[in-house]
Design a protein around this ligand. Structure first.
Ligand SMILES: [Zn+2]
Length: 93
């Protein structure tokens, strides 16, 4: 049975917080070019990393056409909008 790894879902969740924090930092320090540049750099890097991890590790294990919605912990079951098969993580089996 093909499953997705929860650790990648958790990386996405953590990176999501990093994105929010860097947006907050960029807004709070918008008059400080040094901090502004750093937080925008972190923001861009996190967004790219999220896109890469979702594309590389979190696509539907059955058809590969859709990316799974990520959750920190098991509990909610989802199915692929394209092939209608259930998408499972490694802690749900
Ligand atoms: Zn699918």
């Amino acid at each position: 049975m093909k499953v997705l790894k929860r650790k990648y879902a958790r990386m996405i969740v953590v990176l999501g917080f990093v994105v929010l924090l860097s947006i907050g930092a960029a807004a709070a320090f918008r008059h400080d070019p040094m901090i502004l540049r750093c937080s925008l750099g972190v923001l861009a890097a996190s967004v790219l990393l999220i896109a890469f991890i979702r594309w590389r590790y979190l696509r539907c294990p059955h058809c590969g056409k859709s990316a799974a919605i990520v959750y920190w912990a098991p509990g909610w079951r989802q199915s692929c909008p394209k092939c209608k098969k259930e998408i499972l993580f490694d802690d749900q089996i």
